[in-house]
Design a protein around this ligand. Structure first.
Ligand code: UDP
Ligand code: MG
Length: 312
């Protein structure tokens, strides 16, 4: 690990009172051995158990610890975002509070960043999670990797390392924490993965219900729209609209020819309605694309363009 860099550990937590002492101890051992300048930021995402009291005790003993408590439970992404806003390190490590992620991995994540990567994402190659979660995750990872164009096995690992430029340019909200590596990649950052140890949950149970799957899917759409198409909405809607319009026009032209050549009735054929439907849909999609273009033009999207270096 490089001595010069300040390390910030950001830990979002929601009702994890049993794990905190142990987690703090484990992280401390690793950091004391490897780094002189660091901070450990706990973000209490509106816990209703004794997590905050536990954190206050830890803070009393350890000046390197900083604690933030949110007014209510906003979700992991928001907790991470607040942690990112408050951290002062050059390299930021995020990890879960439930002892599933292993602090012993921190030095290697940091050296990967020092070797030139902007984001290193953990890959829980051997996972200790329930059967259904393991398999839906596989599917999500596959789809996200296809759509975003970055080949990672495990987008949603809590254990990740970032260069500070990454966290200052990516906005996380909703359940977007799952897609940070995809967002970072699409913004031109160098992203890689590293196999990490994963442990079964020691105390309590998972804080996400089955709704994680639905929300995760919608967030994937958001990621797509806000990265790939925000600058050119017409590219998406215009293409879809044009395809729909051509199909609809083809159908109605065919029906018109059949009517004039063979005297077939138009009105008793379902295909007639389908043709009209496609034409209207096509025009509508096209119009949405145009409106999107107008909105994009009036927004200042240049501020989202990231400059890496300038030589004057
Ligand atoms: N978490 C959070 N806010 C929430 C839900 C979860 O800060 O609304 C934290 C949680 O305390 C843990 C991490 O996010 O530190 C990952 O959550 P969990 O272990 O429940 O998820 P899983 O391991 O099942 O993916
Ligand atoms: Mg967990």
């Amino acid at each position: 690990m490089d001595e010069k860099n300040k390390i910030s550990i950001v830990i979002p937590l929601y009702n994890e009172e049993e794990s905190l002492e142990e987690l703090h101890k484990l992280i401390k051992v690793v950091l004391e051995r490897n780094s002189s300048d660091y901070e450990i930021i706990f973000v209490d995402d509106g816990s209703t158990d004794n997590s905050w009291e536990k954190l206050k005790e830890i803070k009393k003993r350890d000046p390197f610890v900083r604690c933030i408590k949110l007014r209510k439970n906003y979700g992991k992404s928001s907790a991470l975002a607040i942690g990112f806003n408050h951290c002062t390190g050059d390299i930021i490590i995020t990890m879960d509070a439930d002892l599933q992620d292993d602090p012993e991995e921190i030095p290697e994540l940091v050296s990967k960043i020092n070797s030139g990567y902007d984001l290193v994402s953990g890959w829980k190659k051997i996972r200790h999670d329930p059967f259904i979660k393991k398999h839906t995750s596989k599917f999500f990872n596959f789809v996200t990797s296809k759509i975003s164009g970055i080949r990672l096995h495990d987008f949603n690992c809590g254990l990740k390392a970032y260069r500070k430029e990454v966290i200052s340019s990516i906005k996380v909200y909703g359940e977007l924490h799952r897609y940070i590596p995809a967002l970072a990649h699409m913004q031109g950052f160098k992203v890689t993965e590293k196999i990490v140890k994963h442990h079964p949950r020691k105390y309590g149970k998972t804080k996400f219900g089955a709704s994680r799957f639905v929300k995760g899917f919608f967030d994937l759409l958001t990621v797509l729209f806000t990265t790939r198409f925000i600058r050119r909405p017409l590219h998406l809607f215009g293409t879809l609209g044009l395809i729909s319009f051509i199909v609809g026009a083809g159908i109605t032209i065919y029906l018109t020819i059949m009517k004039f050549l063979y005297g077939e009735y138009l009105t008793n054929r379902p295909l007639f309605l389908v043709g009209i439907l496609f034409i209207i849909l096509g025009v509508q999609l096209f119009s949405i694309g145009l409106i999107g273009e107008m909105i994009t033009k009036s927004l200042n999207t240049e501020k989202d363009i990231l400059v890496k270096e300038i030589l004057d």
